[in-house]
Design a protein around this ligand. Structure first.
Ligand code: CAA
Length: 258
């Protein structure tokens, strides 16, 4: 896959999408996110791929939506094009597991796209923030909602109203990121996590992701019923038989659906 603003690489069942717009600190212009959406569509259709890593550079995961691109937009421009929903949300709509590997600036739309991923592994140099208030706007790609769900009202208010940045340690304490690792280890650790996920049954991993995400949309009773039904349905799969048989036979499972 050849693109101008992203690099897509593959290692077995793991694909990595890297933002590659260093001069603008990977600001998420429309062209870049169209490319990301296109790459994700292809990776979703690719039966070999079981997990994707989304990453940036050491200096910036992404410093936000492209301010220069938006600066002179009218309400009608931004309403009619609705680029955030059309392209950027492709990350949230992706059905296979996707990990954000974040170092450096992860701000505004960058933080919002990282939060669309299933979990975030951060380097110790990562800095998170929703600084849109400094630009006379607020987060517009899900930050007011996903950040609040991730870290709670008080911290989300603090981040969005002051526009301050949070370092990796605070982000881990707040539950925004799942692990913090030294910068040099970031892609190795993310790659190992992704390979572990991609080594499982792909449809079972996808259903697990779908069920956890359903918890944000449903009451506890509905969510528990949803989980139970999907859990029960897994007993129709070869991979459930293989996984449990392998355990009993004290060997590694060889899942069919990979
Ligand atoms: N959009 C467009 N260009 C950006 C950008 C952005 N979000 N962030 C950085 N850049 C560009 C700068 O304009 C600069 O370009 P030039 O060399 O052509 O001037 C280049 O990237 C390097 O940036 P700086 O010189 O500013 O680098 P720095 O190291 O001094 O500062 C920074 C780094 C603190 C991240 C600073 O660049 C910054 O504050 N960026 C903006 C962060 C921001 O406000 N993000 C929110 C965007 S709005 C949004 O995302 C809305 C939404 O919710 C959807």
């Amino acid at each position: 896959m050849k693109y101008d603003m992203i690099e897509v690489t593959r290692n077995g069942a793991v694909a990595t999408i890297q933002f590659d717009r260093p001069k603008a600190l990977n600001a998420l212009c429309t062209e870049m996110m169209v490319e990301v959406a296109d790459a994700l569509a292809k990776l979703e259709a690719d039966n070999v791929i079981g997990c994707v890593i989304l990453t940036g550079s050491d200096k910036a995961f992404a410093a936000g939506a492209d301010i220069k691109e938006m600066q002179n937009n009218s309400y009608m421009d931004i309403y009619k094009s609705d680029v955030f929903e059309k392209h950027h949300e492709a990350v949230a709509r992706f059905r296979k597991p996707i990990i954000a590997a974040v170092s450096g600036y992860c701000l505004g739309g960058g933080c919002e796209v990282a939060m669309m991923c299933d979990f975030i592994i951060a380097s110790d140099t990562a800095k998170f923030g929703q600084p849109e208030i400094n630009l006379g706007v607020m987060p517009g790609m899900g930050g007011t909602q996903r950040l609040t769900l991730a870290i709670g009202k008080s911290k989300a208010m603090d981040m969005c109203l002051t526009g301050r940045m949070m370092d990796a340690e605070e982000a881990e304490r707040a539950g925004l990121v799942s692990r913090v690792v030294p910068l040099d280890d970031l892609l190795t650790v993310a790659g190992e996590a992704a390979a572990k996920i991609a080594g499982q049954s792909h449809p079972i991993a996808m259903m697990t992701k779908e069920t956890i995400n359903a918890s944000f949309e449903m009451s506890l009773t509905q969510g528990l019923r949803y989980e139970r039904r999907l859990f029960q349905s897994m007993f129709t799969t070869d991979d459930q038989k293989e996984g449990m048989t392998a355990f009993v036979e004290k060997r590694k499972p060889h899942f069919k659906h990979k």
